[in-house]
Design a protein around this ligand. Structure first.
Ligand code: MG
Length: 382
């Protein structure tokens, strides 16, 4: 099944104020229309995009889409919304099964909402998102309430409105014009249109205050930014009487060799933190060639990474480290390691896991030549 999205953006949008049509005004640094197009282009089931623009807006459109490298077929709109949609429908490649017709001023459309529309088209020739009206309704005249109006069965319509391509092409060709949306056109042609659940966030930017509301939704979405990082480290054994693992000195008949204190577990967690931030690794921040880190306690590295996490606006949701060695036995000291690591990272102990495994006497860890550690961390934007 092939799906093309038609973005209708030929209107002048004067109610939103500003010195240019609302779809070209910036919403958190990017034009509304560019955000709308990017939202549709990012949906895995949408294969092609057609943008219907006012013939005078080409330069603003090019400016809005600069740096986005999204392939879009641009067609000039007509004098009315119906004419613009028909121009868009004419530009859809033959052989396309479904079209989604979307307002250029609805930049917050979600993947889940688009899925609901596309899924419903399996059963009906049309499908559109809507929300039931919950406010009481009145009819008014001259600044006075004339009469209450029943709200039962009333919905607020949204877009994208989805249709089977040939059905909506035929419906538009037969329609006299003046429809408020494409569902109205489809109904006039006798098409069955399913209502799917809309989304309060899928707002249509219409008035000046809508920009602030849309920006709030975008900021909330960014706050959901969750990141994962992994880290891996190995240190070889040398002569000695103990090792430092996850900040805890563990008696052993060997030590670990390294430029710093060779705390392989702490290094793995530190690298996982840098990894989640896409911020390099320990070697970049603390070059082994720099003598000042010789014999350094590894908590310097860990605290640095924890600081970078906070500076970038994240908190550590959890960390999990696995030590791979035959000896020393980790079980008896794991609780102390968790407590030490949690304290250094400023997190509760139930967010810090330290566990261990052997490698069944296989490989360098099995031959007790050294210890390996791997770590995973999760960061959440605060
Ligand atoms: Mg290391």
């Amino acid at each position: 099944m092939t799906v093309t999205a038609i973005i209708v953006a030929a209107g002048r949008g004067t109610r939103a104020g500003g010195d240019r049509p609302k779809q070209y005004q910036p919403l958190m640094g990017r034009a509304v229309l560019a955000r709308t197009i990017a939202a549709l282009a990012g949906h895995p089931r949408i294969g092609a995009l057609v943008a219907v623009l006012h013939p005078q807006d080409d330069a603003m459109f090019a400016e809005a889409m600069a740096g986005l490298s999204i392939p879009v077929t641009v067609v000039p709109g007509g004098a009315t919304r119906d004419a613009s949609v028909q121009a868009g429908l004419a530009a859809v490649a033959d052989g396309t099964d479904r079209v989604l017709i979307h307002d250029g001023a609805r930049p917050l459309v979600s993947v889940a909402l688009i899925d609901r529309v596309i899924d419903a088209l399996a059963d009906t020739p049309g499908a559109a998102p809507a929300l039931p009206v919950t406010d009481a309704l009145w009819r008014g005249a001259g600044g006075r309430v004339a009469a209450p109006h029943p709200r039962d069965g009333l919905y607020r319509a949204q877009t994208p409105q989805g249709f089977r391509l040939e059905a909506i092409r035929a419906a538009h060709a037969a329609h006299p014009g003046g429809a408020a949306d494409d569902v109205e056109v489809a109904l006039a042609a006798g098409l069955d249109v399913a209502i799917v659940e809309g989304d309060e966030d899928n707002l249509k930017i219409t008035h000046p205050g809508d920009f602030a509301r849309a920006a709030r939704v975008l900021r909330e979405r960014e706050e959901m930014d969750i990141r994962t990082g992994n880290g891996f480290d190995v240190h070889a054994f040398c002569e000695g009487d103990g090792v430092i693992l996850c900040g805890v000195k563990v008696p052993h008949d060997k030590a670990l060799k390294g430029h710093s204190d060779a705390d392989v577990g702490m290094h793995a967690v530190t690298d996982a933190l840098y990894g989640a931030l896409a911020d390099g690794d320990i070697g970049q921040h603390f070059p082994p060639s720099d003598p000042q880190w010789k014999g350094a306690a590894s908590d310097i590295f860990l605290k640095h990474a924890v600081g970078r996490v906070a500076a970038r606006g994240y908190r550590i949701a959890n960390a999990d480290v696995t030590l791979i060695c035959e000896r020393p036995k980790i079980g008896p000291v794991a609780a102390a390691m968790r407590a030490e690591m949690a304290a250094l990272m400023g997190i509760e102990i139930d967010r810090m896991s330290v566990k261990a495994t052997t490698s069944e006497q296989l490989g360098f860890t099995g031959r007790e030549e050294g210890i390996a550690a791997l770590a995973t961390v999760t960061l959440i934007r605060t």
